[in-house]
Design a protein around this ligand. Structure first.
Ligand code: NAD
Length: 480
C-alpha cells in the first residue's frame, strides 16, 4: 500500500498510471465518484501529453520483443492473464459495480467471466489463424498477419473492463503492444488489470494504462507518429475528433460507436418472447450501445404488446446494484442523468405520452420509461439517449417496418420478433445493421464480426476481423 492506493469495498486499487512496468503518478488528479451514492472513491492520476508520450515510448520499446515472441508463448501469457482474472472475479466485480453502478450479479456471473474469456478466445484464435497458401502460375502466395505496432485503445464507462479487454486481448495476441485509456468515470478495473497482467508475466511495456480526461490526454495519444493502430469505443462526436487527430499520421482506426437500434415486433411473433426481449432493453439502466431502444410494433398487436410490456416492466426492481434482487441500477453520472431527462422532457413537451416513467427517480436513478406518440423525425426517435428510455411506434406492413427501422443515421444492431422464417430472411436482408438478432437478443460469439454501419462505426472486430485490423496483413509470393 502506498499513498496512491485506495480501498474500494476492501479491494486495494492503485490510482496511478501503469507505464513500462512501473506505477507513475501525475502531479494533478481527478476525482472518481461512485454512482451508487455519490461517494468519493478516490483521486486518480490525471494524465497529460507527458504521460501519453511516456506510455507510447514504453509501448514502442517493448514492441520488437513482443512481436518476436512465438505465438504459442504469447497465447500462454494471455491464458495466464485469464487465470489471474478468474482468480479475482469477485474483486473485479465489486470494484466495477462501485465505479460504474452496473449490477454486481451481472459482473460476477456474466461480465468478468467474459473478460477472462476475451483473453482465452483470442489466445486460441491466434494459434489457428492461418490462410491456405494458393498458387499463381506456379508461384506460391502466403498470407501472414504481422504485428502492426503500438496500439492505442480508448474505451467508455458503460462496460469498462469488458469493452477494454475485447480490444486488449486481440491486440496483444496479434503481437502489438498496448496503451489503454479507460474512461475517466471508470478508471479502476483497468488499474487492477495492470496488476494482473504483471503477475501473469507480461513483459514491461507490453501493456500500459494511462488515466485521465480524453480532452486532456486524447490528442497526444491519437496523433502520435509511433502509434500504428487506434481502436475506439464511445460516442460519435469523440470519434470525429479522434478521426481528425489520427488523420495527421493516417493511423488506421476501428470505431465502435452509438446506436438507435430497432426492435421489430410482427403480429405473427410469440408475443411473450417479444415482451421478454423488449424488457431486456432496460439492462444496465439502458446504457448499452446495442440496446433496441425503438420498438416498432405491428398495429394489430400494439395494444396487447404494450399491456404485457407494462405489466412485466412494472415488476423490475430498481435500486442498489449490489443487491441480488435489483434489476436496474443507477445511471453513471449526474451530467448523464441531466441529459437523459432533457431528452424525455423535450419529447413530452413535443406531444409524446409516457406509457411508463417519464421522470427521474431518487438520487441518480431514472424511472424506466416508455414513450409513445413520437414522430419519426423527432429528437427522441433519432438521437441516442443512453438511459432507460424507449419509444414505441406502430407500422402497418413489412415495408413500413423496414422503412422506419432504417430511417436513422445509426446502424449498429436490429432485433426481430416474428414467427415466420421467410419474413425474417426478407426483412433481415433489407436492414442496415452490423448485427441482426432474430427472436433473440445479445447472443454474442467472439468469432462473429462486430461493428456498426453508418454513424455506428467504422470496421469490424471479432475473430479474424480483429487480427485483420490489429495486424499488417502481408502476402508473400514465392517463385517456383
Ligand atoms: P465518449 O466518447 O464521451 O468517451 C469515450 C472515451 O473517449 C473515454 O475514454 C473518453 O475519455 C475518451 N475521449 C474523450 N474525448 C477524447 C479525445 N478528444 N481524444 C481521445 N479520447 C477521448 O463516450 P462515452 O460517453 O464514454 O460512451 C458512451 C458511448 O459509447 C455511447 O454512444 C455508446 O453507444 C457508445 N458505445 C459503443 C459501443 C460499441 O461497441 N459500438 C459499446 C459501448 C458504448
Amino acid at each position: 500500500m502506498t499513498e496512491h492506493t485506495i480501498t474500494v469495498a476492501g479491494v486495494a486499487v492503485d490510482t496511478r498510471h501503469w507505464i513500462g512496468g512501473e506505477r507513475v503518478a501525475s502531479p494533478a488528479t481527478f476525482t472518481d465518484v461512485s454512482p451508487i451514492d455519490g461517494s468519493v472513491l478516490g483521486e486518480i492520476s490525471r494524465g497529460t501529453a507527458t504521460e501519453a508520450e511516456a506510455a507510447v515510448a514504453a509501448a514502442k520499446a517493448a514492441f520488437p520483443g513482443w512481436a518476436a515472441t512465438p505465438r504459442a508463448e504469447r497465447a500462454r501469457l494471455l491464458h495466464a492473464v485469464a487465470d489471474g482474472v478468474e482468480k479475482r472475479i469477485e474483486e473485479l466485480a465489486i470494484v466495477e459495480t462501485h465505479d460504474n453502478g452496473a449490477l454486481l450479479r451481472s459482473h460476477r456471473r456474466g461480465v468478468m467471466p467474459r473478460v477472462a474469456h476475451n483473453f482465452r478466445f483470442f489466445a486460441d484464435w491466434l494459434l489457428k489463424l492461418e490462410h491456405e497458401d494458393f498458387e499463381t502460375r506456379g508461384h506460391t502466395n502466403h498470407v501472414s498477419w504481422d504485428p502492426a505496432g503500438p496500439s492505442v485503445l480508448i474505451t467508455p464507462w458503460n462496460a469498462p473492463l469488458m469493452l477494454a479487454t475485447w480490444k486488449i486481448a486481440p491486440a496483444l495476441a496479434a503481437g502489438n503492444t498496448v496503451v489503454l485509456k479507460p474512461a475517466e468515470w471508470t478508471p479502476l478495473t483497468a488499474s487492477l488489470l495492470a496488476d494482473i497482467a504483471a503477475e501473469a508475466g507480461l513483459p514491461a511495456g507490453v501493456f500500459n494504462v494511462v488515466q485521465g480526461y480524453g480532452s486532456e490526454i486524447g490528442d497526444a495519444l491519437t496523433s502520435h507518429p509511433d502509434v500504428r493502430r487506434i481502436s475506439f469505443t464511445g460516442s460519435v462526436p469523440t470519434a470525429k475528433r479522434i478521426s481528425q487527430s489520427a488523420a495527421a499520421q493516417l493511423t488506421p482506426l476501428s470505431l465502435e460507436l452509438g446506436g438507435k437500434s430497432p426492435l421489430l415486433v410482427f403480429a405473427d411473433a410469440d408475443l411473450d418472447l417479444a415482451v421478454d426481449l423488449a424488457v431486456e432493453q432496460y439492462d444496465n439502466a439502458g446504457q448499452v450501445c446495442l440496446a433496441a431502444t425503438r420498438f416498432l410494433v405491428e398495429e394489430t398487436v400494439a395494444e396487447e404488446f404494450t399491456r404485457r410490456f407494462t405489466e412485466k416492466a412494472g415488476r423490475l426492481v430498481q435500486g442498489d446494484p449490489r443487491d441480488e434482487a435489483t434489476d436496474i441500477g443507477p445511471n453513471i453520472h449526474p451530467r448523464q442523468l441531466e441529459k437523459i431527462d432533457g431528452f424525455v422532457q423535450r419529447a413530452l413537451a413535443a406531444g409524446a405520452r409516457a406509457v411508463i416513467g417519464g421522470h427521474r427517480g431518487e438520487g441518480q436513478y431514472y424511472a424506466p420509461t416508455l414513450l409513445t406518440d413520437v414522430a419519426q423525425d423527432s429528437e427522441i426517435v433519432q438521437e441516442e439517449v443512453f438511459g432507460p428510455v424507449l419509444t414505441l411506434q406502430t407500422f402497418a406492413d413489412e415495408d413500413e417496418a423496414v422503412r422506419l427501422a432504417n430511417d436513422t443515421r445509426f446502424g449498429l444492431a436490429a432485433t426481430l420478433a416474428t414467427g415466420d422464417p421467410a419474413r425474417a430472411e426478407r426483412v433481415t436482408a433489407r436492414l442496415v445493421a452490423g448485427t441482426v438478432w432474430v427472436n433473440c437478443f445479445f447472443v454474442r460469439d467472439l468469432q462473429a464480426p462486430f461493428g456498426g454501419s453508418r454513424h455506428s462505426g467504422v470496421g469490424r472486430e471479432g475473430g479474424t476481423w480483429s487480427f485483420d485490423f490489429y495486424c499488417d496483413v502481408k502476402n508473400t509470393v514465392t517463385a517456383p
